[in-house]
Design a protein around this ligand. Structure first.
Ligand code: ASP
Length: 327
């Protein structure tokens, strides 16, 4: 029998690549995992990410560190993840913005669905409409009439086009048929600092960023944006109750990896996420911040994949109707 040395070498080479790959996956994770948060440190997405990352570090027996890549409503961080090495050592914690950016941006360097591997949903966080401490309006009705009467003076903080605060602000302004000046930040962490300092008038942001400031009286709160009240903020009416019917938004968060990340790594990450969401420290802190982890069957790749698609379909006509676009 004639054996071709070249093809033997080729087959041996392939086998080596396959076994190295299998070994890399069997030993995954074998170095620090970077969790990209597409907003500034100290904000609500960052807060959720750090709590989850801490618990995942224990399960995976490797450090999971958070890196903040803020700007352009989360799209700069998303673009970074889309280009990262798909070996499981880069993960991405983003929110509802992953579903609104494809309609809001005329051009994106990535595809919100095809450039990522879903890992699982994390949490659904209510939003609150808040203002600087000395804002003149005493309740939600007054807030609306004050904004309408002073639209040229009032400023609204958000985390850029594509952020949850942008989406909430867009829905709010459209609901009250009034446009105000918007001040964009790299995340609502720095936006909150300016709200506390009185440099900006009001914003709509997740309870994971506003609860402690509301409770300590450092900012004024007017309403929550969910259907039901938030147990940790019992005095706050829903926007619906306070006079803005059908005004509802909750910020879902999901975890992804770059497209092409091997399934064994995705499975290990999803498992670590599910364990994190049952961790008593995470649960307790989430509750204090007005939210709770998703049920285990939603912290899965399949659930996030279908949720993301459904959310893109949900927001696309609403954004198109509002006519808001970014380049
Ligand atoms: N809450 C911000 C948003 O508007 C993002 C953040 O800073 O986490 O999307």
């Amino acid at each position: 029998m004639h054996v071709n040395i070249k093809s033997l070498r080729f087959v041996a080479g392939l086998a080596l690549v396959a076994s190295t790959f299998a070994h890399a996956q069997a030993t995954f994770p074998n170095k620090t995992i970077t969790m990209i948060v597409p907003f500034a440190a100290g904000g609500p997405t960052d807060t959720v990410a750090r709590l989850v990352a801490q618990s995942m570090s224990k399960t995976l027996n490797q450090q999971v560190i958070v890196e903040n890549v803020g700007g352009a409503g989360g799209t700069i961080g998303a673009a970074r993840v889309a280009k990262a090495e798909p070996d499981g050592h880069t993960v991405f914690l983003h929110h509802i913005g992953q579903s609104t950016a494809p309609t809001l941006y005329r051009k994106l360097s990535y595809n919100a669905i095809d450039s990522f591997e879903p890992i699982g949903l994390v949490t659904d966080v209510p939003m609150t409409i808040v203002a600087r401490k000395d804002f003149p309006a005493k309740d939600f009705k007054e807030l609306i009439s004050y904004i309408k009467a002073n639209k040229n003076k009032v400023s609204y903080a958000n985390a850029g086009v594509g952020s949850a605060s942008h989406l909430c602000g867009m829905l709010f302004q459209s609901a009250i048929d009034t446009e105000v000046t918007t001040v964009p930040y790299k995340g609502t962490g720095p936006a909150m600092n300016d709200l506390l300092g009185g440099q900006v008038d009001f914003m709509c942001d997740q309870t994971t960023n506003t609860t402690s400031q509301i409770k300590s009286g450092k900012i004024k709160a007017y309403a929550v944006t969910t259907k039901s009240k938030v147990p940790s903020l019992p005095d706050l009416p829903t926007a619906n109750e306070a006079g803005l019917p059908n005004f509802e938004i909750a910020v879902w968060h999901g975890m992804y990896a770059p497209k092409g990340t091997p399934k064994p790594a995705i499975d290990k990450l999803a498992n670590a996420l599910q364990i994190a969401l049952k961790d008593s420290t995470v649960k307790q802190r989430f509750a204090e911040l007005g939210t709770e982890p998703v049920a285990e069957n939603r912290a899965t790749p399949e659930a996030l994949r279908s949720h993301l698609k459904a959310e893109i379909d949900k927001w696309s006509p609403i954004i198109k109707k509002a006519g808001v676009y970014a380049d």
